[in-house]
Design a protein around this ligand. Structure first.
Ligand code: MF3
Ligand code: CO
Ligand code: CO
Length: 269
């Protein structure tokens, strides 16, 4: 596999990939999206998050791809599964889902050296009203962030679009985690903040590949990380939701690499 760096770096250290590199990102993104599509049949009361991760591990293997998370900083699983007040980086376990639980499943795969990173919300059984509102606002926040991705706009414009929408619904944007550049690597500059001011930050340019992955809490934005050094939860125990797409900036706008071909990205229930 060719590990030579592609394209060139901006003054902010953000890699600009070539037009030909979009195909590789689409292939990786499509596999990650396909795996998440399949998970809607595996989320139900009584199911364990460990079993869901086992199915994901198997699907990655069968596709001849590689999990980006297994072995990443000592992480041992092919997915992060974050239930209810878990904000992100929930570790799959033998704990069973119960009726009304909401969960984010986050999968990152490597296909021919390209990284595809995406996550969505699911519900076990019946969706509680408050959770539904949270999930709707979080999904819409991601899409509003993506809508402003085009050359000439800035990363601050993305953060502002997300933050103003979320706070307008009296919910809060998590500050402790952000999106990231990706491509031939998992996490690269820039930090893609989900809050910010219009026109602030680096300018968007064709060939930038990054994730947008807002985490939204019903209560306060603060998080804490549990003793396992991974699981991040809301400090006030309020419910949290997240959606994530990997995207690329084109000459005129944006391409989403992790779209669901079956239109299952949202809703999954
Ligand atoms: N997929 C996560 C992200 O969106 C990162 C997970 S790293 C892991 O960036 F090690 F926790 F899996
Ligand atoms: Co990500
Ligand atoms: Co992710």
């Amino acid at each position: 596999m060719n590990k030579e760096p592609r394209g060139r770096l901006t003054k902010d250290g953000i890699r600009l990939y070539e037009p030909a590199d979009f195909a590789g990102m689409h292939a990786a993104g499509a596999l990650a999206a396909h795996i998440l599509d399949a998970m809607s049949d595996h989320v139900f009361p009584g199911q364990t998050t460990g079993k869901i991760d086992e199915i994901i591990t198997q699907m990655v293997e069968e596709a001849g791809a590689t999990s980006a998370t297994i072995g990443y900083k000592g992480y041992k699983h092919a997915s992060c599964i974050s239930v209810n007040h878990v904000v992100c980086h929930g570790i799959p376990s033998d704990k069973t889902l119960k009726d009304g639980d909401i969960l984010n499943i986050d999968v990152t795969v490597i296909v021919d050296g390209w990284f595809g990173d995406t996550s969505r919300m699911y519900v076990a059984g019946r969706l509680p009203r408050k959770a539904e509102r949270l999930i709707e606002v979080t999904h819409e926040a991601l899409m509003r962030g993506i809508e402003v991705v085009k050359p000439g706009n800035t990363f601050g414009d993305i953060g502002h679009a997300i933050q103003s929408f979320v706070e307008g619904h009296r919910m809060s944007v998590v500050r402790d985690f952000c999106g990231h550049g990706l491509g031939r690597v998992f996490h690269a500059p820039p930090n893609v903040l989900h809050y910010g001011k219009p026109s602030a930050g680096a300018m968007l340019e064709p060939g930038m590949f990054f994730t947008i992955e807002p985490m939204v809490n019903l209560g306060r934005p603060e998080t804490k990380t549990l003793a396992d050094d991974w699981t991040a939860v809301t400090r006030d125990k309020s419910l949290s939701a997240q959606f994530e797409h990997s995207v690329g900036v084109t000459e005129t706008g944006v391409e989403i690499f992790t779209l669901s071909r079956n239109g299952k990205f949202h809703p999954t229930y």
